[in-house]
Design a protein around this ligand. Structure first.
Ligand code: ZN
Length: 274
C-alpha cells in the first residue's frame, strides 16, 4: 500500500513537473503554427494528386513528364509595416480575417521572423504590376520592415535585411534589378517603404540599381515616361508612376513632375534596368 502511495506521489510530481515545463515552453503562436502546418500539409497533399483535381482534364490518360522542378520566386518586394511594433505585425499576420502576410518580418532590433516558406505564395503585394508581370504575389517574396512610415530605419534592421536579401539572391538566383519596393509595383496605391529607406545602400550591396549622372548627356529625343515604363513602372497613371519613382530614387523631391535632373537619372537608370 505504501509503495502504491509513493508511486502515486511520484506520478503526481512528474505530472506537475510536466505541466510546469510545458507551460514554460508553450510558444505564443503555437496555435497559429498548427494552422500553418495544417495548411502546408493540405498543399502537399494537393501536389501529390495527379492529374491535379482542378486542372484541365481530357479523356486521355495522365502521362507525367520526368523533367520538372518547383516554381521559384524571382522578385523581392520590400515594405514598411506602418505599425508600431513587431508584435503588432506578427499578430496581424496570424489573424485569418486580415488575409495579409509576408515571408519575412524584420524588427527594429534586427530580429528576423520567417513566417512563410519561400516557395509558398504570400499575401503582401495586392493589386500590382512590374514590367509585364501582374499577380506579383505568385512570383515574389515579401519582406516587411517594422517601421511606422515616418521614422528612420534602424542600422540593425538594415543589416539583417541585407543578410536576408543575400540569402534570397543566392538561393533563387534573383537578378539585381528585381529588388523593388511596394510603392514601385503599386503606384498611387502604396508609398512603402518610405522616403527614408536606404535604396542607394541596398544597390551598393547588389540589390536594385542606382544611377550615376556624372557626365551623362541626355539625347533630345529621350522619352522619360517610356524610360519609367521600361524600368518596370506601371505608367497608366503618369503622376502616380512619377511619384513612385521619386519615392525610390529622389526621395527629397515630393513633386510629381519630371525635371532635367530626373531626365538624367532616368537615362542612367535605363541603361542598367533594360
Ligand atoms: Zn506594403
Amino acid at each position: 500500500m505504501n509503495r502504491f502511495f509513493r508511486f502515486a506521489q511520484h506520478g503526481v510530481l512528474i505530472g506537475v513537473l510536466f505541466l510546469v515545463l510545458s507551460g514554460c515552453t508553450t510558444h505564443k503562436y503555437a496555435a497559429t503554427n498548427r494552422v500553418y502546418k495544417k495548411q502546408v500539409r493540405s498543399f502537399s497533399k494537393l501536389l501529390r494528386t495527379y492529374p491535379i483535381k482542378d486542372s484541365f482534364t481530357t479523356a486521355t490518360p495522365w502521362v507525367g513528364t520526368t523533367n520538372f522542378s518547383i516554381r521559384r520566386p524571382s522578385l523581392v518586394v520590400i515594405h514598411h509595416t506602418a505599425q508600431t511594433s513587431c508584435d503588432q505585425t506578427l499578430r496581424t499576420f496570424t489573424l485569418p480575417r486580415t488575409a495579409v502576410s509576408s515571408h519575412y518580418v524584420i524588427c527594429r532590433d534586427g530580429t528576423v521572423h520567417h513566417m512563410l516558406n519561400d516557395l509558398l505564395r504570400g499575401h503582401h503585394a495586392g493589386v500590382s504590376k512590374w514590367g509585364g508581370a501582374t499577380d506579383l504575389n505568385s512570383s515574389s517574396i515579401g519582406i516587411e520592415i517594422d517601421n511606422d512610415g515616418s521614422e528612420p530605419f534602424s542600422p540593425d534592421q538594415i543589416s539583417s535585411l541585407l543578410n536576408v536579401l543575400g540569402y534570397l539572391k543566392r538561393a533563387f538566383n534573383i537578378p539585381q534589378a528585381n529588388f523593388v519596393g511596394h510603392a514601385d509595383i503599386a503606384p498611387g496605391r502604396k508609398v512603402d517603404p518610405s522616403r527614408r529607406f536606404p535604396w542607394q545602400e541596398l544597390s551598393k550591396n547588389g540589390f536594385g540599381h542606382w544611377y550615376d549622372t556624372v557626365g551623362v548627356n541626355v539625347p533630345e529625343h529621350f522619352n522619360a515616361l517610356q524610360a519609367l515604363r521600361i524600368i518596370g513602372y506601371n505608367t497608366a497613371n503618369e503622376k502616380n508612376a512619377i511619384q513612385s519613382y521619386k519615392i525610390h530614387f529622389v526621395p527629397q523631391d515630393t513633386t510629381k513632375v519630371i525635371n532635367d535632373a530626373d531626365r538624367k537619372i532616368l537615362y542612367s537608370l535605363l541603361g542598367k534596368y533594360q
